[in-house]
Write a protein that binds this ligand. Structure first.
Ligand SMILES: [Zn+2]
Ligand SMILES: [Zn+2]
Ligand SMILES: [Zn+2]
Ligand SMILES: [Zn+2]
Length: 361
């Protein structure tokens, strides 16, 4: 009898998001205070369990130690790229055709090269209204400087728009001597850099293009003309280019929690492209255009997730700061797990929020 009471008690103290169970309700409340569960977390399409990252959702569905019932259904009609569950094996086949992307062909690259140089007017007009801020992806390839060639110097840069068209693609002449061209991966030889565009000039072009006429101090999220910048490991690339850009305008696939490892370390772009887009990149000589396309595609995938919209989606929003603190402990302890989940908010900015239209100012 006692046992039964205890187990129903434990069931009551089960987190409504990650399903962890707690012996005492105050432990569940503690867990909710620090977990930042939300509707923006990756979720199992079968049991509705929330996961911190797609990687942990992948483990939940595929293994090595998956949840047995979920793995069984996933094996029949789950997409191993985007991890969604389709209604039937037939709809899975149709879905897979669109979900699995393929590498950009060199021919495609050449035709897209015809627009070399910065295009000034890329406004996407939709029925006379601009659909939110423009998004661009940046990629660089580095050669080595310094005595042992380990200092990264930007030698190639590429910028694309959200339709994968090249905005800018150029060799860059570093400011100090190159001691290692890293030819096997970069394909760069001294003659490519000899008359290349100087770093300072590249820096100005890219910076101006990102700000799009807006002074840096005025750039606010999603309401002005400044462009959202997508990339992988952008801190390092921007640092090497000598470019500053506000963090709230940056979407970095290396630092986006849903795309990180369960250990909270970054995944490589090569891995993310393989796992979440279904094709290989960075084999042999690497073109920064290919990295730009991969990061842009990852961004578009993440942005197009359909999540329920909350009024104040972030734990850092003024209205949600101390969301749990406005309630008394005994009030929180009386709430059901679902009620606790309903007041919990995400601690990271979900990219689905970029798809909300912002009224023009
Ligand atoms: Zn939880
Ligand atoms: Zn979201
Ligand atoms: Zn599940
Ligand atoms: Zn899929």
């Amino acid at each position: 009898m006692d046992n039964r009471i205890e187990s129903s008690e434990t069931l009551r103290n089960k987190c409504g998001a990650c399903f962890r169970q707690f012996n005492k309700v105050e432990h569940l409340v503690d867990h909710m205070r620090t977990s930042y569960h939300s509707v923006h977390e990756p979720m199992c399409g079968i049991c509705r369990k929330h996961c911190r990252s797609f990687e942990s959702l992948r483990e939940h569905l595929i293994g090595p130690l998956p949840k047995v019932e979920c793995a069984r259904i996933f094996g029949v009609r789950g997409c191993n790229i985007c991890l969604t569950i389709l209604d039937t094996p037939n709809s899975l086949r149709a879905h897979r055709g669109a979900c699995q992307l393929s590498r950009v062909s060199p021919q495609g690259l050449l035709s897209r090269m015809s627009n070399l140089g910065i295009k000034d007017d890329l406004l996407k007009v939709d029925g006379g209204r601009i659909r939110g801020p423009q998004v661009v992806a940046l990629g660089c390839k580095m050669v080595g400087g310094g005595r042992d060639g380990s200092l990264d110097l930007c030698a190639r840069v590429c910028l694309i728009d959200q339709d994968e068209n090249i905005i800018f693609h150029s060799y860059v002449k570093p400011q100090i001597p190159v001691t290692n061209y890293r030819y096997e991966t970069t394909g760069i030889r001294p003659e490519h850099l000899r008359d290349a565009m100087p770093l300072k000039q590249v820096q100005r072009k890219v910076q101006d293009f990102l700000c799009n006429g807006e002074p840096m101090w005025k750039i606010r999220s999603r309401s002005g003309k400044a462009r959202i910048l997508v990339g992988h490991g952008l801190d390092h690339e921007l640092e090497r280019l000598g470019i500053e850009y506000p963090a709230h305008m940056i979407r970095d696939t290396a630092k986006y929690p849903p795309l990180m490892k369960t250990s909270k370390l970054s995944n490589s772009l090569k891995y993310l492209t393989q796992a979440y887009l279904g094709y290989d990149i960075q084999t042999g000589i690497q073109d920064p255009y290919e990295d730009c396309v991969a990061t842009m595609r990852l961004y578009m995938r993440m942005k197009s997730k359909v999540h329920q919209m909350e009024e104040y989606p972030l734990a850092t929003d003024a209205q949600n700061r101390n969301n749990f603190a406005v309630w008394r402990q005994n009030e929180l302890e009386r709430m059901t797990p679902d009620e606790l989940l309903a007041i919990s908010r995400s601690d990271y900015y979900c990219w689905c929020l970029d798809s909300i239209n912002v009224p023009e100012q």
